[in-house]
Design a protein around this ligand. Sequence first.
Ligand code: TXA
Ligand code: MG
Length: 307
Amino acid sequence: MRISVAQAIQFLSGGKVVAIPTETVYGLAASITDSEAIDQIFTLKGRPSSNPLIVHLANPKQLFQFVTSVPPQLELLIRAFWPGPLTFVLPVDPLSIPVRARSGLPTAAFRVPSHPLALDVLQAVGPLVMPSANRSGKPSGTSPEHVENDFGSELPILDGGRCKQGLESTIVMYQQEKWSILRLGSITAEAIATVIGYQPEVLEKKEEENPLCPGQMFKHYAPKARLHLTSEACSTVIGFVEREYPQATKVFLLGSLSNSEQVAKGLYTLLRQLDLEGVEEAGIDMDFPRHGLWATIAERLSRASSK
Ligand code: TXA
Ligand code: MG
């Protein structure tokens, strides 16, 4: 069900879950003050309770009512990237955020989105928790149609059209005296380096008991099709407009090798298209750069291919 900003505000204040557009992907929103609505998000998504949610704020000032310490250069990063797709994991006062939303961790994740509709809602109802609007394990929803496909037509959706970025926010954390990337995203490591003076390390997910970013441990972004990280010898190929795939009988186009923004924006629509067309197996042309946004695109495609 498509709804207006006024209805979204009314529903969220009344304890309902609503899908909201952001510049990265759609979010499934609940008020941070409503534990039942937060529970409902986990149920709707089929999300493990050990995977915490991001707290979305209307402005940077709201952050300081939650956090208990401010790492070096935080304010510089905020000035450079908020509102926008950079998420900070920070130590919090445990009483300020429901335990369920942070999965019992002593930290929480925060961002101020830049989408005008999301900001309108946040300004009216206060902080919202918002995971990506997709069933757990599926590619994030980047259009109202994606959200409807996953959750049905009953879910209230604030329609903001297609998301501008198409990939989730970049998640960073300060530890051992430096900033590191917990999840690659729409803000590149190179862009962060221009602000902090060094390239943040991308922490690999580790099969450990206490992962730094729990979400990175789960199967993710995956269509039903079996995906291979090579286009050779595959009759269905996911590739680029500049290339030819003579052996292929069907090619799904990611876009151009000269436009990573465009590839990012359409990536989840393409992965979802495989399911809509009943594709069972496909090979991905992974021969593309690994700097900037391409690093995030490569990571998402690798995760989509791992079963
Ligand atoms: O762009 C985005 O970030 C979107 C839009 C809606 O804002 N949201 C999003 O949320 O991608 P979600 O729930 O799909 O991913 C949140 C990620 C998960 O991998 C989770 O483990 C991690 O953030 N996370 C949340 N709180 C954390 C914490 N305290 N420590 C480490 N990782 C955390
Ligand atoms: Mg997600």
